[in-house]
Design a protein around this ligand. Structure first.
Ligand SMILES: [Zn+2]
Length: 227
């Protein structure tokens, strides 16, 4: 080491004076603190999921992720997923791999738009219902009320946004008496038109008829939640 008494563990730069060493800051240091943050850990999990779907491997080491050219992209994806409340990111990753969309483009509006189209058609009823139940609990926990009262605190615009984000599913809504009452009494004609165009009730009527077991499951959930 000679006169160099200090060394940065991240970039291995060496320093003679403590003062300069204390002032030292480097990209590697930033990367390490990003990696250790909650977002960084989530990014690592998504990277693992992507490796599993794309390259069929479950062994991805922390170091290979940190050195990956996709590191920043996955961190960005975590921020994006939080911002848009992306329903079920693992399904998102699976569909991106299936349609050969590189992580570089995952935060692009086109990829997100495609995913929202797919979510409703491709995800099984159970998954869509699970997403919906989680969303309802998120909303009602925040206001400290029971899920059965959710339609007393949401505004039509909230429901429209949740539908657009695919965070609540017609599996629950169209089988809920309380939603039917909300739709009838709390919305104006413009809001009803928007909701109907997002929901597409004709499609759901057919899907319900074609999948009686799923319909029963959905109705059981609605009954359990007292919706
Ligand atoms: Zn350094």
């Amino acid at each position: 080491m000679g006169d160099y008494l200090y060394r940065c563990d991240y970039c291995l730069a060496r320093f003679k004076s403590e003062k300069r060493f204390m002032k030292h800051h480097c990209k590697e240091m930033d990367k390490e603190s990003t990696f250790k943050s909650l977002e960084g850990q989530a990014a690592h999990l998504f990277y693992k999921a992507w490796m599993k779907h794309k390259h069929h491997t479950t062994t991805t080491y922390a170091d290979s992720f940190k050195q990956s050219q996709y590191f920043n992209q996955f961190v960005k994806f975590v921020e994006f997923a939080q911002k848009v409340h992306l329903p079920d990111p693992n399904s998102f990753i699976e569909l991106m791999v299936k349609h050969k969309i590189d992580p570089k483009f995952w935060t692009h509006p086109d990829a997100y738009g495609k995913y929202l189209e797919w979510v409703t058609r491709i995800l099984p009823a159970k998954k869509l219902i699970e997403i919906t139940v989680n969303t309802l609990y998120d909303i009602t926990d925040e206001q400290e009320i029971n899920v059965r009262d959710v339609f007393t605190i949401v505004a039509p615009n909230d429901v429209i946004q949740l539908l657009q984000q695919r965070r609540i599913s017609p599996w629950i809504l169209l089988n809920s008496k309380k939603f039917a009452a909300f739709f009838r009494d709390n919305t104006n004609s413009e809001e009803r038109v928007i909701m109907e165009s997002i929901i597409n009730p004709e499609y759901w009527t057919k899907r319900f008829e074609a999948h009686p077991d799923d319909l029963k499951y959905a109705k059981d959930c609605v009954a359990a939640l007292e919706l």
